[in-house]
Design a protein around this ligand. Sequence first.
Ligand code: BGC
Length: 333
Amino acid sequence: MVSALKTLIVCALLSALAAAPAAAREMSAADQVKTMGRGVNVLGYDPLWKDPAQARFQLRHFKTIKDGGFDTVRVNLHAFEHMDADNRLDPAWLKTLDAVVQAALAQKLTVILDEHDFGPCGEDPAACKPRLTAFWRQIGERYRAAPDRVVFELLNEPNKGLDDAVWNGWVAELLPVVRATNPTRNVIVGPAFWNNIAHLDALQLPAQDRHLIATVHYYLPMEFTHQGASWNPSTPKTGVTWGTEAERQRMKTDFDGVQAWAKAHDRPILLGEFGAYDKGDMASRAAYTAAAARQAEARGWAWAYWQFDSDFIAYDIKKDAWVEPIHKALVPR
Ligand code: BGC
């Protein structure tokens, strides 16, 4: 009798163990953020998407990134330029995307697919909405069986016409499109006003969806991080430095505000962009970059530096070498 009972218990334990791997495949949002760790934005403005033969970024750079101490790439996708009149994504573009995703996964990087058409979406939300919806329907379908190290980000920096209220409505409509094919994949969503920390309080995430990661971008003070940037005419003055005690304290206070929101809403955080433009002096840029990365890490957030190539660069593709002060600031050695 006792041994029959023992056999029963052993059988029950064994079948519970057999069921475990299936359950383990589902990664919690908190674990995803832990796995993401340190990241970098890639490929947003690379000729690769129009003509792979013209690529600046080579697939071997994913190994450079991994070896450089990073765990994640946030792939910035301007997909609207690659859609036909029926909002179907160009098969050649999708093939390039597949190659990018595979090469990044092969290096054991987490790959964020970030829809980055924030310009057209902010300017003309009505024209953007069917395209963004069609994008997520197709990408959701295509990557439904991808490993959970592929993460989706609904839209970079909703802005202008996509104000808090409009964006909250879109989040509620876009998530079911993704969930139809990817019920438990972690999805990144940030607040309106260019993923501004001051708009986190207005962001409404569906309470029952626990596979969401909240994202913010941090470029404050803009006078420092965007000095002399042609696309930001409100910060023309150059020679602005950073690093006083008051400036460091402001960053901490800002990050504490985000952390309070994260705790209150039980959502993990990705600092999806931060950095300082090339026209600032390098010592200040490195100090700012290091401070933001360490402050994010101290709060348990994942982060992704803006960006690998193009501007704010962390890696000099021509020289095939890291920009040392920025790299050291990001990954201390
Ligand atoms: C934009 C870039 C810009 C950066 C900093 C990104 O989201 O895609 O064009 O350089 O933000 O302003």
